[in-house]
Write a protein that binds this ligand. Structure first.
Ligand code: NI
Length: 387
């Protein structure tokens, strides 16, 4: 496998950074320690410019090639961890109770740092490579915050690429697809108000447990009976809170969940039907419902030409038969979608081998994937900016 030789030499150092990030997980925008460490390293590598505080705690490094050029490519990693109690005995396990790197963002950050070190050292390209380290991928829309702070215009970024570890995909392999690859993630929050009372005199009350249960069931008819069976959508109610004891009908209930899809038309259809079902069902039983439907991350859509380009770079690194180009989309969300709404680019899965699932308390990014992912970044920048 043609791993870039000098990247292979960097593996232990990159793994060391990764373990340090893993031991010190930070959530959402509070990635102060991680961002400071990233910025220090980018300065030490000799980046031409290092900008901090973009999107609150995002960091950007600018690396100009040996040859001048107009082309600017953005490479993006995410820095934040998750509110999960780690369940491993790793020597570098989380030192922070209730927080851990369970999505591999420690590995993403370390690999992009490794690529930055290599690129700043060699500068074997024409134009500018911009390395982007964003906060708050896990629900905080850190990518959007960096865009709103001018990320793409300020650095003249023309194309953007992102990479994510993929458990179950063997180490040394990549997977990608053109078009929609990850789902939009909208949130559903329903507050029900009925009439509380004695469980033995239900006819004097309006039972919000019954109304909520009917809403949960009716919502399942949306995917089953409103969405084209050849399209993808998910409606999951994941929280249902009501009542405190066994003989009191509760006056209030609260339900929360998520709605996901891979196409704008389906996304708006699902929202419309959720509204109708919630309002209609509540009215049918004499309760009132307040629905807060909040748009989350957009559908992540890989642009066709940049997908082909990223796949060809991946094949150069991993070999012809190690890049799956028709990988099915998933219904998870990813805020790199905001960057792909603004610029052509692509998002690629990096094989992480046999490991616990993403967001599992025993997940640990696989260090064996470091040379593969780092080489991908290096090769991608050098190829996109070949002079
Ligand atoms: Ni992630």
């Amino acid at each position: 496998m043609p791993i870039v030789n000098r990247v292979a030499d960097l593996q232990a150092e990159i793994a060391g950074w990764r373990h340090d990030f893993h031991a010190h997980p930070e959530l959402l925008y509070e990635v102060h320690r991680t961002a400071a460490s990233v910025a220090d390293k980018l300065r030490a590598f000799g980046c031409d410019d290092v900008v901090t505080g973009l999107g609150r705690t995002g960091v950007v490094g600018v690396i100009r090639g040996r040859k001048a050029g107009d082309r600017v490519v953005g490479l993006r990693a995410d820095m934040d961890a998750l509110p999960i109690q780690e369940a491993t005995d790793l020597p570098y396990k989380s030192t922070v109770p209730g927080k851990m790197h369970a999505c591999g963002h420690d590995g993403h950050t370390a690999m992009l740092l490794g690529a930055a070190k290599y690129l700043a050292d060699t500068r074997n390209f024409a134009g500018t490579a911009v390395v982007i380290f964003q906060p708050a991928e896990e629900g905080g829309a850190g990518a959007r915050a960096m865009i709103r702070d001018g990320l793409l215009d300020r650095f003249g970024i023309q194309k953007v690429f992102g990479m994510h570890s993929a458990p179950s995909l063997p180490v040394g392999e990549f997977a990608i697809r053109s078009g929609p690859m990850m789902a939009s993630t909208d949130t559903i929050d329903i507050e029900l108000e009925g009439v509380g009372g004695h469980a033995a005199w239900p006819h004097y009350g309006v039972d919000t447990v019954l109304v909520g249960a009917q809403i949960v069931n009716q919502l399942q008819s949306i995917v089953a009976r409103n969405v084209d069976p050849l399209q993808a959508a998910v409606v999951s109610i994941c929280m249902f809170e009501a009542g405190h004891t066994e003989n009191v009908i509760p006056a209030n209930a609260r339900l929360r969940g998520t709605a996901r899809s891979l196409a704008p038309k389906i996304r708006s259809l699902v929202e419309k039907r959720v509204r109708e079902v919630v309002e209609g069902t509540a009215r049918l039983y004499g309760a009132s419902a307040k629905l807060t439907y909040t748009p989350g991350y957009p559908v992540l859509v890989n642009e066709e030409r940049q997908t082909d380009f990223a796949a060809s770079v991946a094949r150069d690194i991993a070999g012809e038969d190690k890049v799956r180009t028709g990988t099915p989309p998933v219904m998870g969300g990813e805020d790199f979608a905001y960057m792909l709404e603004e610029r052509p680019g692509a998002f690629i899965w990096l094989g992480n081998g046999d490991s616990a699932a993403l967001h599992h308390p025993a997940y640990d990014f696989n260090d064996e994937a470091i040379p593969v992912g780092t080489s991908f970044w290096v090769k991608l920048a050098e190829t996109a900016l070949a002079g």
